[in-house]
Write a new protein. Structure first.
Length: 273
């Protein structure tokens, strides 16, 4: 059985929300919520561990107080991916698969993480694993409205028949020529929204850090394009929010209010089993 490590990058010095991992959401620190999710996933999977990766002693102290595994990483790390790589250099036993679970993602469904790990364990192809959701027409309409205000929010992906990514974009892809005909014939649009959660083989993570920034990565501001532009297989994993309200990272005071509203509406995840 191959070993999985869920790494939770947690940086104190956020520009918009200083001390973000320590901010409480519905009474519990954001980072502890993420750690709870990682712990739950690893308890239900063989050969799976988790660890917080930080460069700040205040975050380290919070982890120690709550018996959360923590590794101090270099303050030179400029991204969560780099922090994952730094952890890889410091753990006594190298994992075969690393999940990058950002410390500002307190509402990440645990089954998303499990789905990535399961896909890696059972797939014959794929060096990077990342989830997506199929958008209904109503969800596509909403995404279009959001992009009128914040054009670079939300990422879409095109997927081939082997469930490998063809390309990612901050534009909505594909273009739909006969949209009304499609709307009349199917509930789901052809647009797939990428969920920013990643799992990498150790080899893929090491390769990523050794490669220079790629052309479309720079244009789109999407680090996963570096894998595609270097012919590395990115396996797309279909997931569903199971009726819950989806939310990605917490980046602003408004996001905190939104996260708390979602918890009040949908309830806490059941992490007891």
């Amino acid at each position: 059985m191959h070993k999985t490590l869920v790494v939770i990058p947690a940086r104190f010095g956020s520009t918009r929300l200083p001390g973000k991992p320590l901010i409480k959401i519905a009474g519990r620190e954001m980072l502890l919520r993420v750690a709870d999710i990682a712990r739950y996933v690893c308890q239900n999977l063989a050969q799976c561990d988790y660890v917080v990766a930080t460069d700040d002693v205040r975050i380290e102290q919070l982890c120690q107080q709550h018996q959360v595994p923590c590794i101090m990483t270099s303050p030179q790390c400029s991204s969560g991916t780099e922090r994952c790589y730094d952890v890889l250099q410091k753990v006594p036993e190298k994992p075969d698969f690393i999940v990058n679970l950002q410390g500002d993602n307190p509402l990440c469904p645990p089954w998303f993480i499990s789905a990535l790990i399961e896909s890696w364990r059972t797939s014959e192809v794929g060096e990077v694993f990342t989830p997506y959701v199929d958008l209904t027409w109503q969800e596509l309409d909403k995404l279009r409205e959001v992009k009128k205000i914040t054009p670079f929010s939300g990422t879409t992906v095109q997927v081939n028949k082997a469930q490998l990514a063809l390309t990612f974009s901050k534009n909505i892809i594909p273009a739909i020529r006969k949209e009304q005909d499609m709307r009349d014939s199917t509930e789901l649009s052809p647009v797939k929204r990428h969920i920013g959660l990643y799992g990498y083989t150790t080899k893929a993570l090491e390769a990523y850090l050794a490669l220079p920034e790629s052309t479309y990565e720079a244009c789109e501001g999407l680090e996963q394009m570096r894998f595609l532009e270097n012919a590395m297989a990115v396996k797309m994993v279909p997931v569903s929010y199971r009726g819950r309200t989806g939310m990605s990272g917490v980046d602003s005071p408004e996001d905190i209010e939104r996260a708390q509203a979602i918890i009040a509406k949908d309830g806490e995840y059941d992490l007891s089993r």
